[in-house]
Design a binder for this molecule. Structure first.
Ligand SMILES: [Cu+2]
Length: 218
């Protein structure tokens, strides 16, 4: 009898610490205040009761055709990111951002050690050889985040029920504007909604080649 209880308790423990059996989601949309969708915006939800972080994860930011793959990569604090170079020439990836200063000197292939992003914040990536190579890592303090599609939409899945402050970040967020934030209540089985508006600066980005699609904010 005791043994059986132990097994049941163990099962309950596993259920509690793996992805939640009952969890909600937040469907979001991001626009620039002029009805234009904002692609690549990172939307993140911070629990108001300060729930613990999930286990650190791994991520990959590839370099293909002398560009970073992914203009914006949101990750959770503690994530180890590898930077494989798929080109037949050398890249020299670096960042001077306060949240993570690092460089991977001239290399081909996949560097032996991933870079661990241990502080929350925004990390701007560059390449010493190819000036136009530019990308961002958004290091989130919360495991609940997602990135907006080209249509400015997305969904944060698997969120335990509770109250959240939902905020948005984008590389072209106006420095003077307060980050858009809304309070959202998540229930066990429902999809809550968050509609966010951001003020963006229209900064010209040095693309290597003309881009056929996009809405001007990439
Ligand atoms: Cu390069």
């Amino acid at each position: 009898m005791l043994k059986k209880t132990g097994i049941i308790l163990f099962a309950a423990f596993v259920a509690a610490f793996s992805s939640p059996a009952f969890a909600g989601s937040i469907e979001f949309s991001v626009n620039d205040g002029k009805s234009n969708p904002v692609a690549d915006a990172v939307v993140y939800a911070v629990p108001r009761d300060g729930a613990p972080l999930s286990a650190p994860r791994k991520a990959v930011i590839d370099q293909v055709d002398k560009e970073f793959v992914g203009y914006v990569t949101p990750i959770e604090k503690g994530t180890a990111v590898s930077f494989p170079n798929h080109d037949k020439l050398r890249h020299h990836v670096y960042s001077f951002s306060e949240a993570k200063r690092f460089e991977i000197p001239l290399y081909t292939g996949t560097p032996a050690n991933p870079v661990v992003f241990d502080k929350p914040g925004v990390v701007a990536l560059g390449c010493n050889i190819h000036d136009w190579m530019s990308a961002y890592v958004f290091v989130s303090d919360t495991p609940h985040f997602s990135k907006a599609s080209d249509a400015g939409r997305g969904r944060i899945e698997n969120i335990p029920a509770g109250e959240y402050d939902v905020s948005v970040w984008h590389p072209k967020l106006k420095a003077s504007s307060k980050p858009a934030s809304v309070r959202v209540k998540v229930t066990d089985d429902g999809a809550s909604k968050a509609d966010l508006q951001v003020a963006l600066q229209n900064v010209w980005r040095a693309w290597r080649a003309p881009v056929a699609s996009g809405n001007g904010y990439r």
